[in-house]
Design a protein around this ligand. Structure first.
Ligand SMILES: Cc1ncc(COP(=O)(O)O)c(C=O)c1O
Length: 463
């Protein structure tokens, strides 16, 4: 049977087939058909649906289309690589693209993070980092050092292991995760600190949470701390200044490794290829990355591991010890060729410098919305990451509040879409991470649409 792609299907046909045959991530088990929009094409910061309607891509795909949509150079790099070599087993061979990309990533990563383990995306990068640490401690003869400390609201992926260290409680409700060797620290969001507490006091309390947790479990049992520099899917939570450095110092004190999950913050989102050192002043033991590595054009991720860790477990007697972890598509030549071209474009167009220059304006416009609208409880972000958190039901009991929060998110979604902006509602939050190529005029357009949408939602919900 040949697949008919001759545009004879109406949008409704495609939605029906989608509803019948595709299970999307985070699929609802409700009876309603989701009827997701069908995107036809995309250019720069815009996506176009099948009726020709143009939308600003507020979330930048899924925090990933950093260089913007529709780059012919990426298509050419893919075509060139496919026609030269479409695939080779990473078990038995290397390719020019994957080798050169690893060299480049090692040069960009801080400190002695020089060894790249390629994965298929962010979840598998986190999975690999966690498995590597288990492996490392087993080889070092301390199999009891296995507990991972993670954080509430953190998101690290959707494999069993990466989901086990993800702390979004609603995501864990009906799915099993491993709870034997994972502990969660409470929410670090300064927005929820008690009245009268300074941000510095909040930071110190959060650092104490980490230290107390390590002591409670026993440092000899704690393997690693895993943290996103900014908790992205948890609602763009920016921890207080000095938090990451403090966490790293505590980890060092107790011989606990530090994984910095840069799946969202990497590749220019905060104005640097990696944010750990350049923005937060830390050199972790492992950085995980994906998304912006290829700007979302093809799947790829990586765990970049410190030489120190590798050296500690390498010796002449260990040739029979294998790190039996890997993927058919580890270091895929087409993905690597795309990642190299992506980095070349970022460099040529000075996209990191552009983000550093333009993000204060982005953040200013975001915060103005928080000040202007009563229905916005918090407007926060950093770089080209932003979040508006709705406060449509302050003081309402939790059980009732959820429905109102959902309604706020839904109205924001519908209102923005009507005006030509796609946002990503997370219950009562809208998060933004537009392509890094966004201009000042486009930032104005994005926030003007939000401003109008919030006014409408505010008058509908608060009267
Ligand atoms: C910080 C972080 N880590 C890991 C992941 C998982 O990445 P992927 O969806 O590519 O598996 C995500 C996805 O959003 C993420 O935000």
């Amino acid at each position: 049977m040949t697949i008919d792609r001759s545009n004879t299907h109406t949008t409704e046909d495609l939605q029906q087939i989608d509803n019948d045959h595709v299970m999307h991530p985070w699929a609802s088990m409700g009876q309603d058909d989701p009827n997701l929009g069908v995107v036809e094409k995309a250019r720069g910061i815009y996506m176009v649906d099948r009726d020709g309607k143009r939308f600003i891509d507020g979330p930048g795909g899924m925090w990933c289309v950093n260089i913007g949509h529709g780059r012919q150079e990426i298509a050419d790099a893919m075509a060139e690589q496919v026609s030269r070599l479409g695939y080779v087993s990473p078990w038995t061979a290397s390719t020019e693209a994957s080798v050169l990309l690893a060299e480049r990533l090692a040069a960009e990563a801080p400190g002695d993070l020089n060894t790249v383990f390629y994965t298929t995306g962010g979840s598998s990068a986190v999975d690999t980092a966690l498995r590597f640490i288990q492996f490392y401690n087993n080889i070092k003869g301390r199999p009891e050092k296995k507990v991972f400390i993670a954080r509430e609201k953190g998101y690290h992926g959707s494999t069993y292991l990466s989901a086990s260290v993800s702390g979004k409680e609603r995501d864990r409700k009906f799915l099993d995760t491993n709870t034997d060797f994972v502990r969660f620290l409470p929410n670090v969001n300064p927005y929820i600190r008690p009245q009268g507490m300074s941000v510095d006091e909040w930071r110190d309390a959060k650092l104490a949470d980490l230290e107390n947790m390590i002591l409670e479990v026993g440092p000899e049992k704690v393997a690693a701390f895993i943290a996103e520099p900014i908790l992205a899917s948890g609602g763009v939570i920016v921890p207080p200044k000095g938090y990451h450095k403090g966490c790293l110092e505590i980890c060092r004190k107790y011989d606990v490794l530090y994984i910095s999950d840069e799946v969202v913050t990497g590749f220019g989102r905060l104005g640097h290829i990696f944010a750990s050192e350049k923005v937060f002043g830390i050199t972790p033991d492992i950085i995980t990355c994906a998304k912006g590595l290829t700007s979302g054009y093809v799947p790829m991720g990586a765990a970049i591991i410190s030489d120190r860790l590798i050296n500690e477990i390498s010796s002449d007697d260990h040739s029979d010890i294998l790190f039996s972890n890997g993927y058919t598509y580890s270091g895929h030549p087409v993905s690597a060729a795309v990642a190299l071209k992506n980095l070349e474009i970022m460099e040529r167009e000075n996209l990191c410098a552009h983000v550093r220059e333009i993000s204060p304006y982005f953040q200013e416009r975001l915060r103005q919305l928080g000040e202007k609208h009563e229905i916005i409880g918090d407007a926060r972000g950093m770089g080209l990451l932003g979040c508006l958190e709705g406060a449509a039901a302050p003081g309402t009991p939790e059980a009732k509040r959820l429905a109102i929060d959902h309604e706020f998110g839904h109205r924001m979604d519908v209102g923005a879409e009507k005006r030509g902006l796609l946002v990503r509602p997370l219950i009562n939050m809208c998060v933004f991470s537009p392509p890094l190529v966004i201009t000042r005029e486009e930032i104005d357009k994005l926030f003007d649409i939000l401003d109008e949408t919030i006014s409408e939602v505010e008058s509908d919900m608060l009267g």
